[in-house]
Write a protein that binds this ligand. Structure first.
Ligand SMILES: [Zn+2]
Length: 338
C-alpha cells in the first residue's frame, strides 16, 4: 500500500493513501482554476472530520486492548486499521465513530446559526456541519462495511452467533449495494455507483474473512481426518481390490506394506483388471496431524485426498468431501454454541 505518514495523534499514525493525495491535488487544482477555494477548504476539513470519526472508534477500541496500527485516509473515507476486533467491545467501538460525527455536526450547526465563515458566498461551518451529520447517518446504515453493520452484528451475535450475524449484516450490505447500483445507473450518478461497489466488495470481504477465521480457527488435520482408515496391501489383485471397494464404498485407499504407507490407489487409477495394486498405485500426498487446514486445502487442490502420517505411521485420511462435511458441521457447531 502506497501511503504517506503525516503525524501521530493518541499515538496513532495518520496516513494518506496515494489515491487520496491525487484526489486532494485534483480538488485543489479545480478550486484554483475556478477561483473558488471553498471546495478545497471544505474537502480538507471534511477529512479532518473523518480522522476525528476514526479516532472515536480508536479511542474506545484501545480501551478493549486493541492495537491501532494506523488511520488510513482514502478518497472514499477513513479506516482505522486494528489488529483485531474484540467481540465484546464491538458495539461500543462501532457506535463511537458516528457519535463523534453527530457531536461535531450538531456543535457546528449550532455555532453556524450565530457565526459562520463565508468563502465565495458559501457558509463553511454550516456546510461542514451537514457533511458531518451525513457521515454519521451513512455509517449507521445497518450493513457491512458501514459501522452500522458492526453494530448490527454485535446485537445479533448474542442470539445467532458471530458467523451467522456477520452473514446477515453482509447480505443486507450486498442488497443495499445492489439497490444503490441500480439507482446510480438509472440516474447516471457516478458517485452512487462507486459507493455501491465499495459497499458490495466491503461486505463480501468482511463475511469471507470472518467465515474462514471463525470456522477454520485452530483446526488441524487430526480434527477432521477419518482415523484408522481401511487400507490395502500392494499385493492385492485388482479383481480383489474391486470387490474390496464395493464393500467399503470409498473411491480411494492407502496402500500399506509392513506398517508403512507406500502409496495410494483409487477408482481413477485402475484401467485394466490384470495385475496387482502395486502396479497402479501412485505417490500419496502426506500431511502431519498438526498441519492446519489452510495448508491441507492447498494440497487438496492437486490431489483428491491427503494422508495423515505421524512417526511413519498412517493415522488418518482427509478427502475433499471430508473438508466440505467438516465445514458444515463446524458451521453448525459455531451457530449452536451461541
Ligand atoms: Zn466509522
Amino acid at each position: 500500500m502506497y501511503s504517506i505518514r503525516l503525524f501521530k495523534i493518541m499515538d496513532i499514525p495518520i496516513e494518506l493513501h496515494i489515491t487520496f493525495i491525487l484526489f486532494l491535488i485534483v480538488i485543489i487544482g479545480l478550486s484554483i482554476m475556478n477561483n473558488n477555494i471553498f471546495w478545497a477548504v471544505l474537502f480538507i476539513l471534511l477529512f479532518v472530520s473523518v480522522v476525528l470519526h476514526e479516532l472515536g472508534h480508536s479511542y474506545v477500541a484501545k480501551k478493549y486492548g486493541v492495537k491501532i496500527e494506523k488511520i488510513l485516509l482514502l478518497p472514499i473515507g477513513g479506516v482505522a486499521v486494528m489488529d483485531k476486533i474484540p467481540k465484546e467491545g464491538e458495539l461500543k467501538i462501532g457506535i463511537a465513530g458516528p457519535l463523534v460525527s453527530f457531536a461535531l455536526g450538531i456543535t457546528l450547526l449550532i455555532i453556524s446559526q450565530f457565526f459562520d465563515i463565508n468563502i465565495n458566498g458559501n457558509p463553511l461551518l454550516y456546510t461542514l456541519s451537514l457533511l458531518n451529520l451525513m457521515l454519521g447517518s451513512f455509517n449507521l446504515i445497518p450493513a457491512f462495511p458501514m459501522d452500522g453493520g458492526r453494530i448490527l452484528r454485535a446485537i445479533l451475535s448474542k442470539k445467532y452467533g458471530y458467523l451467522k450475524s456477520t452473514k446477515i449484516a453482509a447480505n443486507i450490505g450486498k442488497m443495499l449495494a445492489l439497490a444503490m447500483l441500480i439507482l446510480g445507473l438509472l440516474s447516471m450518478n457516478i458517485i452512487l455507483i462507486l459507493v455501491s461497489l465499495f459497499v458490495y466488495f466491503g461486505a463480501d470481504q468482511e463475511s469471507k474473512i470472518v467465515e474462514i477465521e471463525t470456522i477454520f480457527k485452530n483446526i488441524k488435520a487430526k480434527d477432521i481426518m477419518t482415523p484408522n482408515p481401511v487400507y490395502v496391501s500392494p499385493d492385492m489383485s485388482i479383481e480383489e481390490f474391486l470387490e474390496f471397494m464395493l464393500r467399503h464404498k470409498y473411491f480411494g485407499y492407502p496402500v500399506v506394506e509392513n506398517g508403512k504407507l507406500i502409496g495410494c490407489i483409487g477408482i481413477n487409477n485402475i484401467h485394466k483388471k490384470e495385475g496387482v495394486v502395486r502396479d497402479y498405485m501412485q505417490k500419496p500426498v502426506i500431511v502431519s496431524e498438526n498441519t492446519d487446514i489452510n495448508d491441507i486445502l492447498k494440497k487438496l487442490a492437486y490431489a483428491d485426498r491427503v494422508f495423515v502420517v505421524e512417526d511413519d505411521e498412517l493415522k488418518g485420511i482427509i478427502s475433499k468431501t471430508d473438508i466440505l462435511r467438516a465445514m458444515s458441521i463446524l458451521e453448525l457447531k459455531e451457530e449452536l454454541e451461541h
